[in-house]
Design a binder for this molecule. Structure first.
Ligand code: EPS
Length: 385
Protein backbone atom coordinates (compact mmCIF):
# COMPACT_ATOMS: atom_id res chain seq x y z
CA UNK A 1 0.00 0.00 0.00
CA UNK A 2 1.07 3.59 -0.60
CA UNK A 3 -0.65 6.15 1.61
CA UNK A 4 -0.20 9.76 2.49
CA UNK A 5 -1.41 12.34 4.91
CA UNK A 6 -1.29 16.12 4.63
CA UNK A 7 -1.20 18.83 7.22
CA UNK A 8 -1.28 22.62 7.22
CA UNK A 9 -3.56 25.61 7.04
CA UNK A 10 -3.96 27.82 3.97
CA UNK A 11 -2.31 30.89 5.55
CA UNK A 12 -0.27 29.03 8.16
CA UNK A 13 3.49 28.60 7.99
CA UNK A 14 3.57 25.67 5.58
CA UNK A 15 1.87 22.62 4.15
CA UNK A 16 3.36 19.23 4.94
CA UNK A 17 2.81 15.82 3.36
CA UNK A 18 4.07 12.44 4.56
CA UNK A 19 4.03 9.54 2.06
CA UNK A 20 4.51 5.98 3.20
CA UNK A 21 5.12 2.92 1.06
CA UNK A 22 7.23 4.30 -1.80
CA UNK A 23 9.78 1.52 -2.43
CA UNK A 24 13.50 2.01 -1.97
CA UNK A 25 15.70 2.84 -4.94
CA UNK A 26 13.46 5.31 -6.80
CA UNK A 27 15.29 8.32 -8.24
CA UNK A 28 13.63 11.55 -7.11
CA UNK A 29 14.01 14.77 -9.04
CA UNK A 30 13.22 17.85 -7.00
CA UNK A 31 12.84 20.01 -10.11
CA UNK A 32 10.12 17.69 -11.40
CA UNK A 33 8.17 18.01 -8.13
CA UNK A 34 8.43 21.80 -8.36
CA UNK A 35 7.39 21.77 -12.01
CA UNK A 36 4.24 19.87 -11.07
CA UNK A 37 3.57 22.37 -8.26
CA UNK A 38 3.91 25.20 -10.74
CA UNK A 39 1.53 23.53 -13.25
CA UNK A 40 -1.12 23.48 -10.50
CA UNK A 41 -0.73 27.19 -9.89
CA UNK A 42 -1.40 28.23 -13.46
CA UNK A 43 -4.75 28.91 -15.05
CA UNK A 44 -6.80 31.85 -16.21
CA UNK A 45 -9.26 32.87 -13.51
CA UNK A 46 -7.05 32.16 -10.51
CA UNK A 47 -7.06 34.85 -7.81
CA UNK A 48 -4.43 37.21 -6.38
CA UNK A 49 -3.05 34.54 -4.03
CA UNK A 50 -1.34 32.88 -6.96
CA UNK A 51 0.71 36.06 -7.47
CA UNK A 52 2.04 35.63 -3.93
CA UNK A 53 2.86 31.91 -3.94
CA UNK A 54 5.53 30.19 -6.05
CA UNK A 55 5.29 26.73 -4.57
CA UNK A 56 8.46 24.75 -3.98
CA UNK A 57 8.77 21.52 -2.02
CA UNK A 58 11.54 20.84 0.43
CA UNK A 59 12.28 17.16 1.13
CA UNK A 60 12.72 16.59 4.86
CA UNK A 61 13.02 12.81 5.00
CA UNK A 62 12.95 9.53 3.12
CA UNK A 63 15.33 10.50 0.30
CA UNK A 64 19.12 10.32 0.38
CA UNK A 65 21.39 11.34 -2.50
CA UNK A 66 18.31 11.57 -4.75
CA UNK A 67 17.09 8.04 -4.03
CA UNK A 68 14.21 6.90 -1.85
CA UNK A 69 15.08 4.84 1.23
CA UNK A 70 11.75 3.04 1.61
CA UNK A 71 11.08 5.12 4.72
CA UNK A 72 8.36 7.81 5.01
CA UNK A 73 8.99 10.76 2.71
CA UNK A 74 8.19 14.16 4.19
CA UNK A 75 7.60 17.13 1.90
CA UNK A 76 7.25 20.71 3.09
CA UNK A 77 5.80 23.58 1.05
CA UNK A 78 6.11 26.97 2.75
CA UNK A 79 3.17 29.40 2.43
CA UNK A 80 4.61 32.74 1.37
CA UNK A 81 1.35 34.42 2.40
CA UNK A 82 2.06 33.47 6.03
CA UNK A 83 4.15 36.59 6.45
CA UNK A 84 1.02 38.68 5.73
CA UNK A 85 -1.09 36.63 8.17
CA UNK A 86 1.19 36.11 11.17
CA UNK A 87 -1.21 37.60 13.70
CA UNK A 88 -4.21 35.84 12.19
CA UNK A 89 -2.47 32.46 12.14
CA UNK A 90 -0.12 32.65 15.11
CA UNK A 91 -0.18 29.36 17.08
CA UNK A 92 0.31 31.29 20.32
CA UNK A 93 0.20 35.00 21.10
CA UNK A 94 -0.65 37.76 18.65
CA UNK A 95 -0.11 41.50 18.81
CA UNK A 96 -3.06 42.88 16.82
CA UNK A 97 -6.72 42.22 17.56
CA UNK A 98 -7.97 39.54 15.16
CA UNK A 99 -11.64 39.98 14.35
CA UNK A 100 -13.48 36.66 14.05
CA UNK A 101 -15.35 35.84 10.82
CA UNK A 102 -18.94 35.22 11.89
CA UNK A 103 -20.95 34.79 8.66
CA UNK A 104 -20.46 31.28 7.22
CA UNK A 105 -20.33 30.97 3.44
CA UNK A 106 -22.93 28.64 1.91
CA UNK A 107 -21.25 25.81 -0.01
CA UNK A 108 -18.17 25.79 2.24
CA UNK A 109 -17.36 23.65 5.27
CA UNK A 110 -17.81 26.79 7.43
CA UNK A 111 -21.12 26.09 9.19
CA UNK A 112 -21.11 22.29 9.55
CA UNK A 113 -17.42 22.49 10.53
CA UNK A 114 -18.02 25.05 13.30
CA UNK A 115 -20.93 23.05 14.69
CA UNK A 116 -19.03 19.75 14.59
CA UNK A 117 -15.83 21.08 16.17
CA UNK A 118 -17.49 23.46 18.65
CA UNK A 119 -15.60 26.51 17.37
CA UNK A 120 -16.83 30.11 16.85
CA UNK A 121 -14.65 31.72 14.19
CA UNK A 122 -15.26 30.65 10.55
CA UNK A 123 -11.51 31.00 9.99
CA UNK A 124 -10.92 27.99 12.28
CA UNK A 125 -12.61 25.87 9.62
CA UNK A 126 -11.84 27.61 6.32
CA UNK A 127 -8.09 27.54 6.82
CA UNK A 128 -7.93 23.76 6.62
CA UNK A 129 -10.88 23.27 4.25
CA UNK A 130 -9.21 25.55 1.69
CA UNK A 131 -8.12 24.10 -1.64
CA UNK A 132 -4.63 25.33 -0.82
CA UNK A 133 -4.23 21.81 0.62
CA UNK A 134 -4.17 20.47 -2.94
CA UNK A 135 -0.58 21.79 -3.29
CA UNK A 136 0.47 19.07 -0.84
CA UNK A 137 -1.45 16.44 -2.82
CA UNK A 138 0.32 17.52 -6.00
CA UNK A 139 3.74 17.18 -4.35
CA UNK A 140 2.77 13.64 -3.28
CA UNK A 141 1.40 13.01 -6.77
CA UNK A 142 4.73 14.00 -8.32
CA UNK A 143 6.50 11.30 -6.27
CA UNK A 144 3.85 8.72 -7.22
CA UNK A 145 4.04 9.74 -10.89
CA UNK A 146 7.82 9.26 -10.71
CA UNK A 147 7.23 5.71 -9.44
CA UNK A 148 4.64 4.98 -12.16
CA UNK A 149 6.90 6.34 -14.92
CA UNK A 150 9.30 3.47 -14.14
CA UNK A 151 6.54 1.27 -15.60
CA UNK A 152 5.68 3.68 -18.45
CA UNK A 153 2.39 4.67 -16.82
CA UNK A 154 1.59 8.26 -17.77
CA UNK A 155 -1.14 10.45 -16.34
CA UNK A 156 -2.45 13.60 -17.99
CA UNK A 157 -5.54 15.79 -18.00
CA UNK A 158 -7.36 18.45 -19.97
CA UNK A 159 -10.17 20.93 -19.46
CA UNK A 160 -13.38 19.82 -21.13
CA UNK A 161 -15.74 22.55 -19.94
CA UNK A 162 -15.83 25.89 -18.13
CA UNK A 163 -19.31 27.12 -17.24
CA UNK A 164 -21.44 26.48 -20.32
CA UNK A 165 -18.51 26.49 -22.79
CA UNK A 166 -17.65 22.95 -23.90
CA UNK A 167 -14.49 22.15 -25.89
CA UNK A 168 -15.04 20.38 -29.18
CA UNK A 169 -12.45 17.69 -28.58
CA UNK A 170 -13.22 15.86 -31.83
CA UNK A 171 -12.25 18.96 -33.87
CA UNK A 172 -8.70 19.07 -32.46
CA UNK A 173 -6.03 17.41 -34.59
CA UNK A 174 -4.52 14.38 -32.86
CA UNK A 175 -0.94 15.63 -33.02
CA UNK A 176 -1.94 19.03 -31.60
CA UNK A 177 -4.04 17.82 -28.69
CA UNK A 178 -1.58 17.56 -25.78
CA UNK A 179 0.61 20.37 -27.13
CA UNK A 180 -2.41 22.69 -27.02
CA UNK A 181 -3.30 21.51 -23.51
CA UNK A 182 0.11 22.34 -22.04
CA UNK A 183 0.34 25.76 -23.70
CA UNK A 184 -3.31 26.74 -23.07
CA UNK A 185 -4.03 29.16 -20.20
CA UNK A 186 -6.93 26.88 -19.29
CA UNK A 187 -5.37 23.51 -20.24
CA UNK A 188 -7.96 23.31 -22.96
CA UNK A 189 -7.15 21.45 -26.21
CA UNK A 190 -9.70 23.41 -28.28
CA UNK A 191 -8.20 26.87 -28.84
CA UNK A 192 -11.50 28.42 -29.97
CA UNK A 193 -13.30 27.17 -26.87
CA UNK A 194 -10.45 28.43 -24.68
CA UNK A 195 -11.04 31.97 -25.97
CA UNK A 196 -14.75 31.71 -25.17
CA UNK A 197 -13.93 30.34 -21.72
CA UNK A 198 -11.61 33.28 -21.03
CA UNK A 199 -14.28 35.77 -22.11
CA UNK A 200 -16.81 34.04 -19.89
CA UNK A 201 -14.40 34.19 -16.92
CA UNK A 202 -13.91 37.95 -17.53
CA UNK A 203 -17.68 38.54 -17.57
CA UNK A 204 -18.28 36.47 -14.46
CA UNK A 205 -15.41 38.19 -12.60
CA UNK A 206 -17.07 41.57 -13.23
CA UNK A 207 -20.28 40.27 -11.69
CA UNK A 208 -18.49 39.02 -8.55
CA UNK A 209 -19.49 35.45 -9.37
CA UNK A 210 -17.63 32.17 -9.94
CA UNK A 211 -17.51 29.29 -12.43
CA UNK A 212 -17.13 25.53 -12.31
CA UNK A 213 -16.44 23.07 -15.10
CA UNK A 214 -15.21 19.64 -16.11
CA UNK A 215 -11.79 18.06 -16.55
CA UNK A 216 -10.87 14.73 -18.09
CA UNK A 217 -8.02 12.78 -16.55
CA UNK A 218 -6.36 9.91 -18.38
CA UNK A 219 -3.90 7.23 -17.20
CA UNK A 220 -2.13 5.34 -20.01
CA UNK A 221 -0.38 1.95 -19.89
CA UNK A 222 -2.01 0.83 -16.65
CA UNK A 223 -1.58 -2.97 -16.62
CA UNK A 224 -4.53 -5.34 -16.61
CA UNK A 225 -5.59 -6.44 -13.14
CA UNK A 226 -5.22 -3.53 -10.72
CA UNK A 227 -8.03 -3.62 -8.15
CA UNK A 228 -10.25 -6.65 -7.74
CA UNK A 229 -13.78 -7.89 -8.41
CA UNK A 230 -13.73 -9.93 -5.19
CA UNK A 231 -14.57 -7.34 -2.54
CA UNK A 232 -16.33 -3.94 -2.53
CA UNK A 233 -13.45 -1.96 -1.11
CA UNK A 234 -10.92 -3.51 -3.49
CA UNK A 235 -12.76 -2.42 -6.62
CA UNK A 236 -10.47 -0.13 -8.59
CA UNK A 237 -13.16 2.30 -9.75
CA UNK A 238 -14.39 2.69 -6.17
CA UNK A 239 -10.88 3.45 -4.95
CA UNK A 240 -10.16 5.95 -7.74
CA UNK A 241 -13.54 7.65 -7.28
CA UNK A 242 -12.87 8.18 -3.58
CA UNK A 243 -9.50 9.77 -4.24
CA UNK A 244 -11.03 12.16 -6.80
CA UNK A 245 -14.32 13.08 -5.12
CA UNK A 246 -12.35 14.05 -2.00
CA UNK A 247 -10.74 16.93 -3.92
CA UNK A 248 -12.17 20.28 -2.87
CA UNK A 249 -15.19 21.31 -5.03
CA UNK A 250 -15.36 18.04 -7.04
CA UNK A 251 -18.98 16.93 -7.19
CA UNK A 252 -19.02 14.08 -9.68
CA UNK A 253 -16.68 11.46 -11.07
CA UNK A 254 -17.59 9.56 -14.25
CA UNK A 255 -15.78 6.59 -15.79
CA UNK A 256 -15.74 6.28 -19.57
CA UNK A 257 -19.15 7.13 -21.01
CA UNK A 258 -20.28 7.98 -17.45
CA UNK A 259 -23.77 9.47 -17.12
CA UNK A 260 -24.36 9.01 -20.88
CA UNK A 261 -24.68 5.28 -20.17
CA UNK A 262 -28.19 5.87 -18.82
CA UNK A 263 -29.46 6.62 -22.33
CA UNK A 264 -27.24 4.11 -24.19
CA UNK A 265 -28.38 0.64 -25.25
CA UNK A 266 -26.42 -2.29 -23.87
CA UNK A 267 -25.23 -3.17 -27.37
CA UNK A 268 -23.51 0.24 -27.62
CA UNK A 269 -22.38 0.58 -24.03
CA UNK A 270 -19.60 -2.02 -23.79
CA UNK A 271 -16.23 -2.72 -25.38
CA UNK A 272 -16.20 -5.84 -27.55
CA UNK A 273 -13.26 -8.20 -27.21
CA UNK A 274 -10.94 -9.10 -30.11
CA UNK A 275 -7.77 -11.15 -30.37
CA UNK A 276 -4.74 -11.14 -32.64
CA UNK A 277 -1.49 -13.07 -32.31
CA UNK A 278 0.46 -9.81 -32.39
CA UNK A 279 -1.62 -7.79 -29.89
CA UNK A 280 -3.22 -10.52 -27.78
CA UNK A 281 -6.67 -9.48 -26.50
CA UNK A 282 -7.64 -5.97 -27.57
CA UNK A 283 -10.57 -3.55 -27.84
CA UNK A 284 -11.51 -1.00 -30.45
CA UNK A 285 -13.54 1.18 -28.05
CA UNK A 286 -13.05 2.34 -24.46
CA UNK A 287 -16.55 3.10 -23.23
CA UNK A 288 -15.79 1.58 -19.82
CA UNK A 289 -12.95 4.06 -19.24
CA UNK A 290 -10.43 1.27 -18.68
CA UNK A 291 -12.17 -0.51 -15.78
CA UNK A 292 -14.48 -3.54 -15.91
CA UNK A 293 -15.89 -5.21 -12.82
CA UNK A 294 -13.58 -3.30 -10.51
CA UNK A 295 -10.41 -4.32 -12.42
CA UNK A 296 -8.26 -2.32 -14.81
CA UNK A 297 -8.56 -3.87 -18.28
CA UNK A 298 -5.46 -2.41 -19.93
CA UNK A 299 -7.26 0.40 -21.79
CA UNK A 300 -6.55 4.00 -20.77
CA UNK A 301 -8.29 4.88 -17.51
CA UNK A 302 -10.50 7.79 -18.54
CA UNK A 303 -12.38 9.80 -15.92
CA UNK A 304 -14.38 13.03 -16.12
CA UNK A 305 -14.56 15.12 -12.94
CA UNK A 306 -17.03 17.95 -12.42
CA UNK A 307 -16.14 20.92 -10.24
CA UNK A 308 -18.82 23.11 -8.73
CA UNK A 309 -18.54 26.90 -9.03
CA UNK A 310 -16.36 28.01 -6.11
CA UNK A 311 -18.52 29.10 -3.19
CA UNK A 312 -16.41 32.12 -2.09
CA UNK A 313 -18.37 34.87 -3.83
CA UNK A 314 -17.62 38.60 -3.96
CA UNK A 315 -21.35 39.10 -4.43
CA UNK A 316 -21.95 36.90 -1.43
CA UNK A 317 -24.99 34.76 -0.66
CA UNK A 318 -27.43 35.00 2.21
CA UNK A 319 -26.23 33.65 5.54
CA UNK A 320 -26.72 34.23 9.26
CA UNK A 321 -24.49 36.08 11.72
CA UNK A 322 -23.46 33.44 14.25
CA UNK A 323 -23.50 35.90 17.16
CA UNK A 324 -26.67 37.92 16.48
CA UNK A 325 -28.49 35.14 14.55
CA UNK A 326 -29.64 37.90 12.20
CA UNK A 327 -29.82 37.41 8.44
CA UNK A 328 -26.66 38.74 6.81
CA UNK A 329 -24.53 38.43 3.69
CA UNK A 330 -21.84 35.71 3.96
CA UNK A 331 -18.21 36.68 4.57
CA UNK A 332 -16.37 37.89 1.49
CA UNK A 333 -12.86 36.46 1.37
CA UNK A 334 -10.34 36.59 -1.45
CA UNK A 335 -10.65 33.64 -3.82
CA UNK A 336 -10.55 32.51 -7.46
CA UNK A 337 -13.16 33.02 -10.18
CA UNK A 338 -12.37 29.69 -11.82
CA UNK A 339 -9.90 26.98 -10.76
CA UNK A 340 -10.77 24.33 -13.35
CA UNK A 341 -7.29 24.39 -14.96
CA UNK A 342 -5.70 23.68 -11.57
CA UNK A 343 -8.18 20.92 -10.87
CA UNK A 344 -6.82 18.84 -13.78
CA UNK A 345 -3.35 18.74 -12.20
CA UNK A 346 -4.80 17.88 -8.78
CA UNK A 347 -6.86 15.04 -10.31
CA UNK A 348 -3.74 13.68 -12.04
CA UNK A 349 -2.01 13.62 -8.65
CA UNK A 350 -4.89 11.95 -6.82
CA UNK A 351 -5.11 9.33 -9.54
CA UNK A 352 -1.33 8.78 -9.50
CA UNK A 353 -1.38 8.05 -5.74
CA UNK A 354 -4.20 5.54 -5.93
CA UNK A 355 -2.85 3.81 -9.05
CA UNK A 356 0.61 3.65 -7.46
CA UNK A 357 -0.94 2.14 -4.33
CA UNK A 358 -2.87 -0.54 -6.26
CA UNK A 359 0.18 -1.21 -8.42
CA UNK A 360 2.34 -1.80 -5.36
CA UNK A 361 -0.26 -4.14 -3.90
CA UNK A 362 -0.22 -6.19 -7.11
CA UNK A 363 3.55 -6.26 -7.62
CA UNK A 364 4.50 -5.36 -4.06
CA UNK A 365 7.99 -5.33 -2.70
CA UNK A 366 10.21 -3.00 -0.72
CA UNK A 367 12.72 -2.35 -3.48
CA UNK A 368 12.01 -0.93 -6.92
CA UNK A 369 14.06 -3.67 -8.59
CA UNK A 370 12.04 -6.43 -6.90
CA UNK A 371 8.82 -4.76 -8.08
CA UNK A 372 10.24 -4.63 -11.63
CA UNK A 373 11.00 -8.36 -11.47
CA UNK A 374 7.46 -9.15 -10.33
CA UNK A 375 6.01 -6.89 -13.02
CA UNK A 376 8.11 -8.53 -15.74
CA UNK A 377 7.14 -12.02 -14.72
CA UNK A 378 3.43 -11.03 -14.75
CA UNK A 379 3.87 -9.61 -18.26
CA UNK A 380 5.55 -12.83 -19.39
CA UNK A 381 2.62 -14.87 -18.08
CA UNK A 382 0.21 -12.61 -19.98
CA UNK A 383 2.18 -12.89 -23.21
CA UNK A 384 2.04 -16.67 -22.93
CA UNK A 385 -1.79 -16.64 -22.97
C1 EPS B 1 -9.11 29.07 -1.67
C2 EPS B 1 -9.06 30.46 -1.67
C3 EPS B 1 -7.94 31.21 -2.27
C4 EPS B 1 -7.28 30.35 -3.32
C5 EPS B 1 -6.88 29.07 -2.62
C6 EPS B 1 -8.10 28.26 -2.34
O1 EPS B 1 -6.93 31.51 -1.33
P1 EPS B 1 -6.89 32.90 -0.58
O2 EPS B 1 -8.05 32.86 0.37
O3 EPS B 1 -5.58 32.96 0.14
O4 EPS B 1 -7.01 33.96 -1.62
O5 EPS B 1 -6.20 31.01 -3.92
O6 EPS B 1 -6.01 28.32 -3.39
C7 EPS B 1 -4.69 28.37 -3.08
C8 EPS B 1 -4.16 29.15 -2.17
C9 EPS B 1 -3.89 27.43 -3.88
O7 EPS B 1 -2.68 27.35 -3.65
O8 EPS B 1 -4.49 26.78 -4.74
C10 EPS B 1 -10.20 28.34 -0.99
O9 EPS B 1 -10.97 28.98 -0.28
O10 EPS B 1 -10.32 27.13 -1.15
Amino acid sequence: MIRFTTSGESHGKALVAIIEGIPAGLKINQEYINKELSRRQQGYGRGKRMLIEQDKAEILSGVRHQRTLGSPITLLIPNKDYKNNQDIMSPFSYTKVVKPLLKPRPGHADLPGLIKYGLEDVRDILERASARETAARVAVGAVCKTFLKEFKIDIMSYTLQVGNVISDVSAVQKGEFWKNVETSSLKCPDIKAELQMRRLIDRVLKKGDTLGGKVVVVAKNVPIGLGSHTQWDLKFDGRLARSLISIQAVKSVEFGLGVKLAETLGSAAHDEIFYSKKNGFYRTTNRAGGIEGGLSNGEPITITCTMKPLPSLVNSLTSVNLETKKMSKAEVVRSDVCAVASLGVVCESALACEIASAFKEKFGADSLNDIKNNFNSYNKRQKAL
